[in-house]
Design a protein around this ligand. Structure first.
Ligand code: ATP
Ligand code: MG
Length: 354
């Protein structure tokens, strides 16, 4: 039997950080043996927030290197750049015609981005979730490994699929499920620990996987700990540092410092020093592999060319089914005749009426 498909992607908006790794890429790597995995560099999504076109391609290349250095294996997984496959936007348009605007206005990330960039509110930002739904269902992916912030987008994708099926009287797509790692679903920012670590909060707020040791140390030493008066509960900044220490430090290091915290004798500088050392140690192999890949541009090109080629076969098949169901033209070779073996779709009665 064919393996189930996995799809996930990251925006080429800067260096990937601990949140991206722990929330998403770590599961990507684990899933490679059991699923047919497609991992994308989603540059169309990167266009939805202000960006510099001159930097986009370099960012795509850096993100590809990050994927590979982290352990995404092009022998087992398909790696793509979203904009190289026009089927993503083609399907997004079609899905957009079945998605009520009111569903999109409710999406929390949309509201956040509107607040972040009040002068950059556009149709593409509103329809972000439709494009993301298209990315996933284009490959009929069933599992989507992501951080917690993406759950509303996955819920939206399932609603869009159900509505598409209902309106066109077909069943083409599986309903995609998010795969969220409970203990690493949400890593917090170092500078604003009540917000999630994000590329767009700036380099001081995050540890990039590629950060050199002295930078890791500097950022951890300057991380926000207690913001208000000491209370009963551990502050979000300290909790985040302990969380990272649990993931990257040794069991003894964690137990020791945690006991000091409970006894009220912990000096934050010790927590930070231990964490910085642990991170520098853990990220060393990644930095090494990254440096090797930087020197092998021919390999990088081969990986993407092959990935895009393999993805295109799947994408075209899905689009043929979708376009047939919608009464659209496939290409110049089949203008009026419906492809053999397709029942006339049930019609799109009630489309757009909620
Ligand atoms: P941007 O600020 O440009 O949106 P980002 O850091 O939020 O960047 P995305 O490309 O939006 O990164 O997300 C890539 C993946 O990383 C998604 O699956 C997302 O859920 C996950 N992710 C992002 N930030 C975190 C975090 N702080 N903790 C856990 N997972 C995260
Ligand atoms: Mg994001």
């Amino acid at each position: 039997m064919a393996r189930k498909r996995v799809f996930s992607g990251i925006r080429p908006t800067g260096q990937i950080h601990l949140g991206n790794y722990l929330g998403a890429i770590k599961s990507w790597i684990e899933l490679q043996d059991r699923y047919e995995c497609i991992y994308a560099i989603v540059d169309y999504h990167g266009m939805t927030t202000p960006y510099d076109p001159a930097e986009m391609r370099a960012n795509v290349r850096e993100l590809l290197i990050d994927y590979l250095a982290a352990g995404v294996d092009p022998e087992r997984s398909i790696l793509i750049v979203q904009s190289a496959l026009p089927e993503h936007t083609e399907l997004a348009w079609i899905l957009g015609t079945v998605t009520p605007v009111s569903w999109l206005e409710r999406v929390p990330t949309y509201k956040e981005k509107v607040e972040q960039h009040p002068d950059y509110v556009h149709l593409g930002l509103l329809s972000y979730g439709v494009l993301m739904a298209a990315d996933i269902v284009l490959y009929k992916a069933e599992v989507v490994p992501v951080g917690e912030d993406q759950l509303p987008h996955l819920e939206l994708a399932r609603e869009i699929v159900r509505r598409f099926h209902h309106l066109f009287g077909v069943r083409i797509f599986p309903e995609p499920q998010a795969l969220v790692q409970e203990d690493t679903a949400r890593i917090m920012s170092l500078t604003e620990p009540e917000k999630k670590m994000s590329k767009s909060l700036g380099p001081r707020s995050l540890i990039a996987l590629a950060d050199p040791p002295e930078e890791i140390r500097d950022k951890i030493m300057k991380a926000v700990t207690d913001t208000g008066p000491a209370g009963e509960e551990m502050s979000p900044g300290v909790a985040n540092l302990f969380h990272l220490l649990k993931l990257f430090g040794t069991e003894e290091e964690y137990a020791q410092l945690r006991a000091e915290y409970d006894a009220g004798t912990l000096r934050y500088v010790n927590l930070k020093r231990t964490l910085a050392d642990a991170l520098i140690r853990s990220l060393e192999p990644f930095r090494r592999r990254r440096a090797e890949l930087e020197n092998d541009p021919a390999y990088l090109e081969r990986v993407l060319r092959e990935g895009i080629r393999r993805a295109r076969v799947i994408a075209r098949q899905t689009m043929e089914e979708v376009k047939t169901a919608c009464g659209l033209m496939l290409d110049e070779t089949s203008l009026w005749q419906a492809p053999v073996g397709t029942a006339a779709a049930g019609g799109k009665e009630g489309a757009g009426t909620g």
